[in-house]
Design a protein around this ligand. Structure first.
Ligand code: NIG
Ligand code: FE
Length: 411
């Protein structure tokens, strides 16, 4: 049995429980001083505080002295598009000359540009590139993440992307949860025939993905000029009937009913929510849908920030994720997301920690395994080069993760 002890922890800070935290509970973290954590065979077996050590801890195979620093659960990035061909740095001058995100997409660029490059890329090229992203994410303290397809928009490429995600989930220390997002945009070959494209996804791709266990979640981009409310409802209802868990890119630019639909249909999370209105907020609160807020995307698009503070007050569980993708957020740094969640969303450090641990863990169906430091959960944690959470919310653009431990192994 492999054992690892982390001792001399100044503050061990963690949300508690395996459920999503909303309202006042969003800001409730357990804080243990002078703590230690023992991990046996990948799972937390004992947590102590006030200078006591777990029984037999000094005999652990590996002992890490945290030297009085902060320890939190490993971070969970609940929303990424990390598998893609090429990059889109050429959009920078277009944007500076005034083109908006949707202007570029309508002109056949944006997502569709990445689709062309992802179709051209081989499985191995995508695998190697994504593996490097996973290494970089782990270096920033992320130990579990979600990854979407959606840059194929044809059968072969969508399946290639999902196979890359599933293979990396097996091969890489990161836990990677797969989401099918064939409804990310309408490909050129279906231009003007959006309804037919949705029907094809419902009749061909969703059943195949389900049958072969290639993704746990289905997601759609509900947006002006992309997919409307009716198309989104049809696709998500079919996915739900097949047994998928649901996500929805909603109200990123225009509120066309995406967040309303999320609450109505029982989506686990709705993403972006920059332009959410009162109806959407009420629907999400009623449906218990987690708000997957993406502040680095707001930053990069020069857009408004989702009303996350208000969502907490309304009892909507708030998560914050990177949205790492080649267009609207070419950064995978979840620590920067934490800074933005504090400064732009006005979330307190405790609320921020909940937003990057247990709430996204629940929104990707892993709340029973990760997202908190408790006996029986996976031994995923970060020793930070910081004495407290305030320091993590305050310093930005430095990597503050000192040691990252995944299932009891130092990575
Ligand atoms: O979540 N908004 C839709 N999808 C991604 C961006 C994809 C892209 O621009 O390549 C997002 O921001
Ligand atoms: Fe996204």
């Amino acid at each position: 049995m492999a054992t690892l002890l982390v001792k001399n922890i100044g503050i061990l800070q963690t949300p508690v429980g395996s459920h999503s935290h909303k309202g006042a509970e969003q800001g409730e973290n357990l804080k243990l001083r002078n703590a230690a954590v023992l991990i046996e065979d990948g799972l937390i077996s004992e947590i102590t505080s006030d200078g006591k050590l777990p029984e037999g801890g000094e005999k652990a195979d590996t002992i890490i002295d945290a030297e009085g620093k902060l320890v939190t659960p490993g971070l969970v990035d609940g929303h990424t598009h990390m598998v893609f061909g090429g990059y889109r740095q050429h959009e920078i001058p277009m944007k500076l000359k005034g083109a908006t995100y949707l202007d570029i997409l309508r002109a056949g660029g944006g997502i569709l540009d990445t689709v062309r490059k992802t179709r051209e890329a081989s499985f191995d090229e995508l695998y190697d590139k994504t593996e490097e992203f996973l290494d970089e994410m782990m270096g920033f303290g992320v130990t579990t993440c979600e990854a979407k397809s959606g840059y194929g928009l044809d059968f072969d490429t969508e399946m290639k992307m999902l196979k890359v995600i599933n293979k990396l989930n097996e091969d890489h220390p990161m836990d990677v949860v797969a989401t099918f997002m064939g409804a990310h945009a309408t490909p050129d070959e279906y231009k003007g025939r959006e309804d037919e494209y949705i029907d094809m996804l419902c009749n061909e791709m969703l059943p195949y993905v389900k049958e072969h266990g290639l993704a746990e979640f289905a997601d759609i981009f509900t947006e002006d000029s992309v997919f409307n409310y009716e198309q989104s409802r049809k696709y998500l209802q079919k996915a739900k009937d097949l047994g998928f868990l649901l996500k929805i890119h909603a109200d990123e630019i225009e509120a066309i009913g995406g967040s309303v639909l999320a609450g109505e249909i029982g989506a686990m999370s709705a993403e972006h929510l920059i332009s959410i209105n009162e109806e959407g907020l009420a629907s999400m609160a009623k449906g218990g849908t987690t708000a997957m807020c993406l502040p680095a995307t707001s930053f990069y698009l020069g857009a408004n920030f989702a009303p996350a503070r208000r969502m907490v007050e309304l009892g909507i569980p708030v998560a914050a994720a990177s949205d790492f993708n080649p267009g609207s957020c070419p950064s995978l740094n979840l620590q920067f997301v934490m800074n933005l969640a504090c400064i732009k969303y006005r979330l307190l450090p405790e609320e921020v920690l909940t937003a990057v641990t247990i709430n996204p863990a629940c929104a990707i169906n892993r709340g029973d395994k990760v997202g908190t430091l408790e006996v029986g959960k996976q031994g995923d944690l970060v020793v930070w080069d910081a004495p407290d959470m305030e320091m993590l919310c305050y310093r930005f653009c430095s990597n503050m993760a000192l040691q990252v431990i995944k299932k009891g192994n130092l990575v």
